[in-house]
Write a protein that binds this ligand. Structure first.
Ligand code: GLV
Ligand code: MN
Ligand code: MN
Length: 413
């Protein structure tokens, strides 16, 4: 058959995404499918059943990663691979991650119904816990698979209720038996929404990101002295929340103080005992620093650290700084990156080269195999929110680019 004219079925992709969006649907139109939750399990079960319908061999590894292999004609050749994640943020959207799993599923369905068997097998993957929102860090399972994070360490990560990731994986029935370790892969593509405003602003439909920023996570713990708020004078208090507030302002000011390309955010905070009439005696908050320059991000924290120590000292609130996670910037494989760009142009979509500010499993894949990503626009640049939106025709366009990138790599020796 004429492979050049092959296209995915946009209506079927839309229907598939809509079915998935029912799992963990939130009242404001988003989804909540936290890693290793019951909703995550239901989405995984549905994915596995869909993979089996098109004769894919399904394997689950010890980190819960799901692989669906669509057999090529030469099993001796390393496969091509594409995937993302079915887990979501607590109030997440209907496209982040899931498009990068349903997109390749639609590609496999298209190949299957047309009887197309490329030389290399095509493997779809769902990576466990990309978001890192319930169990930090993010991208943990692709990190273990790539040999960059330790399996037992990943199992031992706990959520705010003290539940361990490994136990929760077992509870939902997805602690598989295949070893969680990299196997040879010829090329990895991840289809994703941009999660930023640039494609829409430039009137583009396809983005070819040249890579993913580095990502550094820290956890800050402050200890204060609790007391009754009424009788206790303002002087001499050790208020952990006031100290945290000063530190958060410093984090927000950090990118401007450092210059260059950088963002810094405090997105999570826990205050103890969290009662309006008790001086807080414990605060835990997170810091997320991202940049295209690993050294610049490290230098930023080197600048911040003494400022936080000074604030803690002044308030009499002992501080503990945890360096939770660092992932280096991922400049994608030049050939695959150019292939994404050229394929977007060839298929007639307005296409631009760009960079990814969001973290993706492709960052870890990029460390062990040639990798690249395909972006489609986020309406209003909104993501990690329930109103996250991408036009159905843009999802279709992204899946068509994925189809042709995968086919080219799958048929080359
Ligand atoms: C992942 O979603 C991230 O960019 O934090
Ligand atoms: Mn994502
Ligand atoms: Mn996300």
């Amino acid at each position: 058959m004429d492979l050049d004219s092959l296209r995915i079925n946009g209506a079927r992709l839309q229907h598939t995404l809509e079915e998935m969006a029912k799992i963990g649907a939130t009242p404001a139109g988003g989804v909540q499918r936290l890693a290793c939750s019951d909703e995550d399990k239901r989405a995984r079960d549905l994915l596995v059943s869909w993979l089996r319908e098109i004769d894919c061999e399904v394997t689950i590894d010890t980190m819960g990663n799901i692989f669906g292999r669509y057999a090529g004609t030469d099993p001796s050749l390393p496969p091509v691979m594409s995937g993302s994640h079915v887990d979501s943020q607590p109030k997440g959207g209907r496209f982040d991650g899931i498009l990068g799993v349903m997109g390749p599923l639609e590609v496999l369905r298209t190949l299957h119904e047309n009887g197309v068997r490329p030389k290399r097998s095509v493997v779809l993957v769902d990576w466990t816990n990309e978001e890192g929102s319930r169990f930090a860090p993010a991208m943990v399972a692709s990190g273990v698979w790539a040999g960059k994070l330790d399996l037992q360490w990943a199992y031992d990560r706990t959520d705010i209720h003290g539940k361990k990731q490994g136990d929760e994986l077992e509870r939902i029935g997805y602690k598989g038996s295949a070893p969680c370790e990299a196997f040879p892969v010829h090329a990895y593509y991840e289809l994703h929404i941009e999660q930023g405003p640039m494609l829409e602003a430039k009137g583009m439909i396809i983005g070819a990101p040249k890579g993913v920023l580095c990502l550094h996570w820290y956890d800050i713990h402050l200890e204060g002295t609790a007391n009754q708020v009424g009788p206790t004078p303002m002087e001499g208090r050790n208020d952990a929340l006031v100290a945290a507030a000063e530190m958060i302002i410093k984090v927000d000011q950090l990118p401007a103080a450092m210059g260059g390309n950088m963002v810094a955010t405090v997105g999570e905070i826990h205050n103890y005992p969290n009662s309006r009439n008790i001086i807080p005696d414990g605060v835990h908050f997170t810091i997320d620093i991202r940049s295209w320059d690993d050294d610049h991000a490290l230098a930023a924290f080197d600048k911040l650290r003494p400022q936080m120590l000074e604030i803690a000292q002044r308030h009499g609130t002992p501080i503990r700084i945890e360096e939770t996670w660092k992932v280096v910037k991922a400049p994608f494989d030049q050939d695959l990156f150019e292939r994404v760009y050229a394929t977007g142009v060839k298929l007639g979509y307005p296409t631009m080269k760009w960079v990814s500010g969001a973290g993706h499993d492709a960052s870890y894949m990029n460390q062990v195999m040639p990798s690249a990503m395909i972006f489609v626009p986020s309406i209003g640049g909104r993501s990690h929110v329930e109103v996250e939106e991408t036009r159905w025709e843009d999802c279709e366009a992204g899946a068509n680019v994925l189809l042709h990138c995968l086919l080219e790599n799958a048929n080359e020796i």
